[in-house]
Design a protein around this ligand. Structure first.
Ligand SMILES: NC(=O)c1ccc[n+]([C@@H]2O[C@H](COP(=O)([O-])OP(=O)(O)OC[C@H]3O[C@@H](n4cnc5c(N)ncnc54)[C@H](OP(=O)(O)O)[C@@H]3O)[C@@H](O)[C@H]2O)c1
Length: 415
């Protein structure tokens, strides 16, 4: 039976107004917004002042409200709201990836104790229904990899960069168009992608990992020479959030990747997101859609509201398997490492060097590095270095040692 939902909405910005409008346009739902809490008393709104309040308690203490939709832009305040709403036995829908990635287990326990649902489809890749698909569609398929472009801001900047616009100009344009914040750090340094990756890892592999343990490197240090290298090789640069499973080990990281022309993500441009899932039975599948924006994001919130009418809860089936996966960093990546300062290239140990280029203005080398060596560095703040992951470049220790031994024999034979 469909449950009647009385909604208390926190936030009436980009996504909040979008939700209001899509709820009005969708007459299939038995859900109404009773109260909206916002912050700024002076702001002009698209609906009358009688809908709004400024005290969280107006929603949290209202027993008729059985669903809190949290769409504010302050994760500390949001945490307090979500905790209290769950404790008071209200279902919660949120789009705040930072809050959820940082406090997932605590919030899940609270939801369980109070026998309510906590849903957050909109927090990962906007309109793409990836969380629900990982939960439901792939629940019996063994996944080996979940990766993709999950941040529209950086994808917009990189699209411009791939067409020759400098990073600084592309960022400015993204800010003018409202795609990037005045302080773009969370997006351009890969934090936003990392929070989403933490949630993907939870639903794909059943592992809770703290965001501070996941390596994130963004796009701030890209130089025109790196874009030139990519275009000469027919690559496009994309910021990838990537989780791989090898045996019982899960690895996850965010880093710029050089993407080949025949890769499904090559043509994913501007604010579009793409998530690629690889599974034993269904093989490789691509989810493509808008990763942000008022209506696209609100559509994901709407789908959570709709699911709640049938008391839907995530079951985290992958978390309940007998063998628990472990988070690991002992794998190898093939990267491109570049710098104006030739000596700086020696700061990262290479276990197998493929190519080395030197000139008076710029230097680079490509080859295999150990991920645990890379992850020690705070690359977002090292201006003199840039690295990107090269295509088909991921091996676990066993595969890498075999590859290295075979290739060293080959090199010796040629010599
Ligand atoms: N925008 C997107 O495309 C997108 C995509 C995916 C996920 N999200 C997530 O969705 C959430 C909302 O994002 P948004 O883009 O809609 O933000 P936004 O446009 O900046 O709007 C934020 C809203 O939160 C309200 N607010 C801030 N602090 C508050 C508080 N303490 N109590 C009550 N209301 C408060 C603001 O009130 P005032 O109106 O009074 O200022 C405003 O209405 C964020 O977690 C974001 O990460 C956004």
């Amino acid at each position: 039976m469909r449950k009647q939902l009385t909604i208390g909405l926190f936030g009436f910005g980009c996504v909040g107004t979008g939700l209001y409008e899509v709820l009005n346009q969708s007459n299939l739902l038995d859900a109404k917004i009773k109260r909206i809490i916002v912050k700024d008393r002076t702001k002009k709104r698209i609906i009358g002042a009688e809908h709004f309040g400024y005290e969280a308690s107006e929603i949290l203490n209202d027993e008729e409200i059985n669903l809190v939709v949290e769409l504010i832009n302050d994760s500390n305040e949001a945490l307090a709201i979500v905790r209290e709403a769950l404790s008071k036995g209200k279902h919660v829908v949120s789009a705040n990836k930072k809050l959820i990635a940082e406090h997932l287990d605590e919030l899940l326990n609270l939801a369980k104790e109070n026998n309510v649902s906590f849903l957050y489809e909109a927090s990962v890749a906007g309109s793409i229904p990836i969380i629900r698909n990982l939960e439901e569609y792939y629940n019996n398929d063994s996944l080996s990899s979940v990766q993709g472009i999950v941040n529209g801001t950086t994808n917009y900047i990189l699209t411009q960069a791939n067409y020759g616009v400098s990073y600084a100009d592309a960022l400015q344009k993204a800010q003018e168009l409202g795609f990037a914040e005045a302080d773009p750090t969370l997006d351009v340094d890969g934090f936003d992608s990392k929070f989403k990756l933490v949630l993907l890892i939870k639903h794909a592999f059943g592992l809770t990992v703290q965001p501070e343990n996941v390596f994130n490197y963004g796009i701030r240090q890209i130089k025109p020479q790196d874009v030139k290298y990519a275009s000469e090789k027919d690559y496009r640069i994309k910021l990838f959030a990537r989780a791989e499973k090898i045996g019982n080990k899960i690895v996850g990281f965010v880093a710029p990747h050089f993407i080949k022309k025949d890769h499904v993500a090559y043509q994913v441009d501007n604010e579009f997101n793409a998530v690629i899932v690889e599974a034993s039975f269904s093989d490789r599948q691509l989810f493509l859609g808008k990763g942000a924006g008022s209506f696209p994001t609100a559509s994901a919130v709407l789908s959570d509201v709709s699911a709640l009418q049938y008391d839907y809860q995530y079951e985290y089936k992958k978390s309940n398997t007998e063998t628990k996966p472990v988070y690991a960093e002992d794998f190898y990546l093939k990267i491109y490492l570049a710098s104006k300062d030739i000596q700086a290239l020696n700061e990262i140990p290479f276990y197998f060097l493929d190519e080395k280029f030197q000139s008076s203005g710029y230097n680079y080398q490509t080859g295999w590095v150990k991920f645990s060596d890379l992850s020690k560095f705070d690359f977002n703040n090292i201006e003199k270095l840039f690295f990107a992951v090269l295509p088909e470049s991921f091996k676990d220790e066993e595969e890498f040692l075999k590859f290295k031994a075979e290739n060293e024999v080959l090199v010796n034979e040629i010599a």
